[in-house]
Each structure stands twice: as C-alpha cells, then as structure tokens.
Design a protein. Structure first.
Length: 186
C-alpha cells in the first residue's frame, strides 16, 4: 500500500491504518526500537506505542515521508523508555555507547536559554550532516539516528569495523569543531 493511502486511512480514522502501517513499517520501527532498547519485548511495546501516537498525532499536513515520521516517533518513544529504565544506572547495550560517543559534541545542560537554542542546534547539526559525503553521512546517521552497532554498519558497508569507528571518531571531531565555530557551548 502506498504511503498516501495509509495517511488517508489515518485521516479517515480508519483502523485499517494501523494494520497497513504495521505491514509496511513494522520491521523498520522495530529495528530502531531494538537498537536503542536492546530488548525484544520493550521494542515491540514501543512499536505499538508508535502506532497509537501516529493515530493521535497525524499532522494536518501530510508528512513528507511517512517512514521518517514513524521512525522519529519510534526513536523518541524508545529513548524515553531507555531513560526511564536507566535513570539510576548506565546499562549495557548500543545506546550507552552512542550517547557516550556523542557526549563531547553536545552538552546535556538543559536550562531555559539552551531550550530556546535547541532549534538552532538542530539546524546546525542538520547543516553539518548535509555537508558530509554520502558515505560519511550514511555511517553517521546509521550510528547516531538508528543506533546501529558499528559491526552491522561495517558489514553492510563492506568496510572494516576499525575503519567505521575511525570515520565516526573523525566525524564527531568535525562536528565538535563545526558547532564550536558557530557559538555552541560544548
């Protein structure tokens, strides 16, 4: 089923929208949730929550890409669940590594001023990622958006794990410089 047909089902409040979404994007959403949560059951719950959130929040304008819309919902729900589960402890899994790797690039101080600046930070990171070569962009997005393991990125890219790790390290350093030059406190 085409995305436009699925969106139309949501707008018509037709429950078939959930089934169509699950058929087309269920594996995609589950992969995102599982990479973050490292738990099959929690990933399934987040995917189900994604369908409910999509049902309740389908925008008044069609999302340009239904996959990105659903992926963002899944990712945010999964991060929120992860934060709740690990509020007092740092757990194992890929997400701890992802957050640790990015810790030097983005501050986690959250005051009113930084909340206001968050949109500018998002634009700056978007611009930075857009300036990367296609290969570097794909590696960066897979690691820091989808939380894919380095081993999986390397295998899918036909690269050595060390090469992927070094590319990510260099890209993080470039991001840090890029953000610092634009006045963001790191």
């Amino acid at each position: 089923m085409e995305d436009s047909e699925i969106i139309r089902l949501y707008w018509d409040r037709n429950e078939q929208a959930i089934n169509a979404t699950a058929d087309k994007y269920g594996h995609y959403c589950k992969a995102i949730a599982k990479n973050i949560l490292n738990c099959e059951e929690d990933a399934e719950e987040c995917v189900n929550d994604t369908y409910l959130k999509a049902w309740n929040s389908m925008p008044t304008q069609w999302p340009p890409q239904l996959a990105a819309f659903l992926g963002k919902i899944t990712r945010n729900l999964s991060f929120n669940r992860y934060k709740r589960q690990h509020a007092e402890k740092r757990g194992g899994g890929e997400i701890s590594l992802v957050l640790d790797e990015l810790a030097d690039c983005v501050s986690d101080v959250d005051d009113v001023e930084e909340t206001i600046d968050r949109q500018e930070l998002i634009k700056a990171i978007d611009s930075f990622v857009g300036s990367l070569s296609e290969r570097k962009r794909r590696i960066f997005v897979r690691r820091y958006w989808y939380a894919d393991p380095v081993t999986e990125i390397a295998k899918d890219s036909g690269m050595l794990e060390g090469t992927v790790s070094k590319t990510l390290e260099r890209t993080r350093k470039q991001l840090k410089v890029y953000l610092t030059e634009r006045g963001f406190e790191i």
